[in-house]
Design a protein around this ligand. Structure first.
Ligand code: FES
Ligand SMILES: [Fe+2]
Length: 386
């Protein structure tokens, strides 16, 4: 993606901004819109579902719910990623549960109903009491497979029925992209902390909240101490590259004190040591980069007014392995910010469902939300508002 032209377009749009309408009440609250989003967005392009390290070796697997579809991702004997619907080819049973500690690696997957089993490539290999000589051809009943790929250690699946487009095309198709940050060597980082939140709000309200900072002075007093620009309701400093934000003088970590006991990432540019970058990758990944750690949110819609937000913190593997590993300074601030955000998202959800509310309004500082809505409208087959 051409970041320069993006910034130029952004700056030009800023100068002539006039207030625009938000999405409508039903877009945030109705089951019908969510049903349409499932086909057009959640099952229509690449969706982030976690990290490659979670399926590091053959037979290690994760189960995910994507807008009501249960799927799982694993690695076959050759080490290649594979993903399947969590649906037995016999009579449709959902056969895998979320793996529990100590049972995350399988040589084969067995359905708990009639004990049919499938290998790591989804081939049907066991059908107790049903024999090949009954004209039953196992080859004809594999698991339903799904496209899966990875970028920078992030796992993506695509439930599109036809041939999906290349992952990289999807990643570089929006206003922002995680591909701008190769110098952070994200593929080498590992999960050190995992938090999960249940937020009673539509997933788009969570995205919109992430992409504006008009709320920062009131909702995040601790955050605006660390990132002074946020005090003015802006989300990025257009003078800096990749829409980064300079942290307060002397700050080198995303923590309340501006410091931490974590070593800095190697190989960053000198300027990065004082910068915070936040990037939204449509539709469900929000990546935050700091000089010593990264944190991302992955969103999973559970209903029109319910989103599960997984928040994971990445560090260098050698940092995690160090007996003195202490991520608490970064986690404490982000966890505080997250809870502050979810509380206002829930409040917003309550209001958009009111019979009084039809649409709200975006002032200039909310312009990124409008662009997110334009992207959403494009995916939903609705006209652009321009
Ligand atoms: S439904 Fe899975 S084995 Fe019968
Ligand atoms: Fe916020």
């Amino acid at each position: 993606m051409d970041r320069v032209s993006q910034t130029t377009r952004t700056a030009a749009a800023d100068a002539t901004w006039v207030p625009r309408a938000t999405l409508g009440s039903a877009d945030y609250a109705s089951p019908e819109v969510l049903a349409e989003e499932r086909e057009r967005i959640w099952f229509g392009d690449w969706i982030c579902v976690g990290r490659s390290e979670e399926v590091a070796e053959p037979g290690r697997y994760i189960v995910r719910d994507i807008a009501g579809e249960s799927i799982f991702v694993t690695r076959n004997q050759e080490g290649r990623l594979r993903a399947f619907y969590n649906v037995c080819s016999h009579r449709g049973t959902r056969f895998l549960d979320e793996p529990v500690e100590g049972d995350r690696v399988r040589r084969a997957f067995k359905c708990p109903y009639h004990a049919w089993s499938f290998d790591l490539d989804g081939r049907l290999i066991g059908t107790p009491n049903v024999h090949e000589d009954e004209c039953f051809e196992r080859d004809r009943h594999p698991l339903y497979d799904i496209a899966v790929d990875e970028y920078a250690g992030f796992l993506f699946v695509d439930l599109t029925r036809d041939e999906p487009r290349p992952l990289l095309d999807a990643l570089t198709d929006g206003a922002e992209t995680i591909t701008a940050f190769e110098r952070y060597r994200l593929d080498e980082l590992r999960i050190g902390v995992r938090l999960s939140y249940e937020v009673e709000a539509n997933w788009k309200i969570v995205v919109e909240n992430y992409n504006e900072c008009l709320h920062c002075p009131t909702i995040h007093p601790e955050l605006v101490e660390l990132v002074p620009l946020f005090r003015f309701g802006e989300v990025w400093d257009e003078e800096s590259r990749d829409d980064g934000n300079r942290m307060a003088d002397g700050a080198t970590s995303f923590s309340r004190s501006g410091s931490s006991r974590l070593p800095r990432f190697p190989g960053l540019d000198p300027d990065d040591e004082h910068m915070y970058y936040g990037t939204f990758q449509f539709p469900n990944l929000m990546l935050n980069l700091h000089p010593d750690s990264a944190m991302y949110y992955i969103l999973y819609p559970r209903g029109p007014a319910h989103t599960t937000v997984v928040s994971e913190y990445l560090f260098r593997p050698e940092t995690i392995a160090d007996p003195a590993f202490d991520p608490s300074a970064v986690v404490e601030l982000w966890d505080l910010i997250s809870k502050q955000d979810w509380a206002v998202c829930q409040r917003a959800q309550t209001g958009v469902s009111s019979r009084a509310f039809t649409r709200g309004v975006y002032p200039r500082q909310d312009r990124f939300l409008f662009w997110f809505n334009e992207q959403w409208r494009a995916r939903m087959g609705r006209p652009q508002l321009g």
